[in-house]
Design a protein around this ligand. Sequence first.
Ligand code: ADP
Ligand code: ZN
Ligand code: ZN
Length: 734
Amino acid sequence: MKYALVLVNIKGLGVKTFTYLIPDEMREEIQIGQAVLVPFGRQGLQNAFVVGFSDYVSGDFRVKKINRIIDKTPLFSLKYLKLLEWVANYYCCDFVTVLNAALPMKLIDKNAKTELSIEWIKSDGEGLTKRQKEILALLKEKGKCSITEFEEIAKTTRATLKKLAEGGFVKIKEEYIYRNPLSIFKDIETEPLFELQGEQIEAYEGIKAKLRSPNPILLHGVTASGKTEVYFKLIKDVLDSGKNVLFLAPEIALASQLTKRLARKFGIKEVAIWHSSISDGEKYDVWQRLFKNEIRILAGARSAVFAPLQDIGLIIIDEEHEGAYKQTNPAPRYDARIVAKRLAQFHQAPLLLGSATPDVSTYYYAQNNNNLFEMKKRFNNSPFAKPQVINMQEYGKASYRGIISKPLQTEITETLERGQQVILLMNRRGYSTYTQCKACGTVIECPDCSIPMIWHTSIKKLKCHYCNREQSFPDFCPQCGSDALSTSGVGTQKIETLIKELYPEARVERIDSDILTKKNAHIELLTRFQKKEIDILVGTQMIAKGLDNPNVTLVGVLSADSGFSVPDYRASERGFQLLTQVAGRAGRGEYKGKVLFQTYNPEYYAFQTAKSQDYEKFFDTEIKSREEFDYPPFSQIVRLILSSQNNFRAEKSAMEIAMRFSTMTDKFGFSEYLEVLGPTPCVIEKLNGFYRFQILIKNKLTQKGHDFISKFLSKIAIPKDIRLAVDVDPLDIL
Ligand code: ADP
Ligand code: ZN
Ligand code: ZN
């Protein structure tokens, strides 16, 4: 091998690969995954990663030499690159995009932090002063430690210590210091694993018997059925066998909670955490420790699937139905579950998915592969609250401001009187949902996104929830000039206001992504809620997740149908999941829980099944409709979005691509397996000033069809003013 392919992050160009000559003296040492220094035009020396080798270069340009190897320890392996290549191929995007997402490029600039340590060697010798003897005695007692720390303890100077080192009395050495984000859990106390019971034992034994399965295993267990304890037992077995475990949670907050629980059970040294918000320094350190196989359990959010954990013996993905596992923007638009499945196959390790409300496709496959395990009861046997439906067609008029029905008011009052807590779900942020002209009916929309702008009382402005544009409330209708503008619809802020009016004595707080601008605000509120410092918590779906508070006995969903009315094939699934999850927050302890759904649409099937918390029934109905319309799992959807600031240009290029694709599928005999829908304007027609058109491709012949699509996409040329986004297995088609 004469040449190395290196990955460079160039200002203005982004991350790209380039070929460099390997100097003779480096041939022996150079390895894939090493950080190297390379000359790059006028930009001078740049940090780069070695990602491949070759014996020749194409084209006749003068190839520059690699300057030097920064660090001999590689940061990733060839096997790792193979996984990323697979991801690039599956998601129809280029390899460098995946590398860039997977491998924190900042790693390269962030060298390990080193520190000098000092260690005692001997105290007897010629010509030692009394003071020097004191220092040596102190060091002998203290043991090896950081030199700066010791200088402080011994009230001495670097020069004094250096002199002792020269005399061979002490040893001063440069050493790595790992920055472990887990140091916040330093004082955590360990506790033993629980003895599994009842349904847990059956699930555990069943899963154990399936650990060689190349297909994902699903643990479908109702909330608080004790799934996490089953995971822990399996983790213990894997650790005992000498292998490591990757454990994913859908969000950073949940991953942190989980890490704590893992540290308590398995010890702080074994566990590390990985997500997008840990600092670059921490990333660098965790990365190194993973690569050196010093970590046994890695917990994290979606991006942890790309961390270089070695010798994986089990991958667990909890709350697998959560959309957060999929990256929607920017590319690669990967789903951590899909990548994890591939990763598991690489390691010949099982992939275990867990949820109370599994993804319909996951459930379908697990059932067909005989890889489905179920736990139907809560661990402490506390009964599920059967949701009571409040038909707002009947109760609407008599409700407080048409929003909070009488029965819900009564329940809130009674719950507060018992000293218990309430959760109110409103799946929309802001104060009102839209501002409308009463004279001509015009709704004030974001000029860049064709989405109604939402009134936020806290900032006294209209805000677009897609692009964050803010504007003040208009005095006149932009269409007819009338001043009859008013807001209607409801958001979390309005609920908060109304609840405070109704219950002036109660302590009311709100959780939604608007408050998340403050770091940890979410966790802080949940902790206060847990400590009973809040009586009523109002929020979006964020409150439906993970909360385990035995004092919550009332859950009210203010507008239970809002999720179902979205024009998307997964709307029913998402609506069902949300209602089931939020209902599961009530009555988890010894007190009986109550759940109230306010709705205008009580007959809808997904709603009916959510009401009875009957996943199987929901699944049976849903899967039939998926089959009828060829939606996943009966097809794979690839969504192409073409956007441009020029509406006409966007539409034209979408039409051209759709036509070309149809012609090609006909020509190569794929039209039976690949169906092209569109182009149509996206439901959100305009976003951030870009007009959007979508083409949906339904692929029924999975592998061959996929290869065909991926080849087609790699060959099309897109004009400069048009953007193409490819989304394989999109979360929604809005
Ligand atoms: P899930 O993950 O299904 O929501 P968890 O595993 O968190 O459920 O269990 C719910 C509660 O029951 C937790 O407080 C957990 O500690 C407790 N629990 C579960 N299994 C056991 C067990 N075998 N012995 C004692 N407590 C258990
Ligand atoms: Zn008007
Ligand atoms: Zn906007």
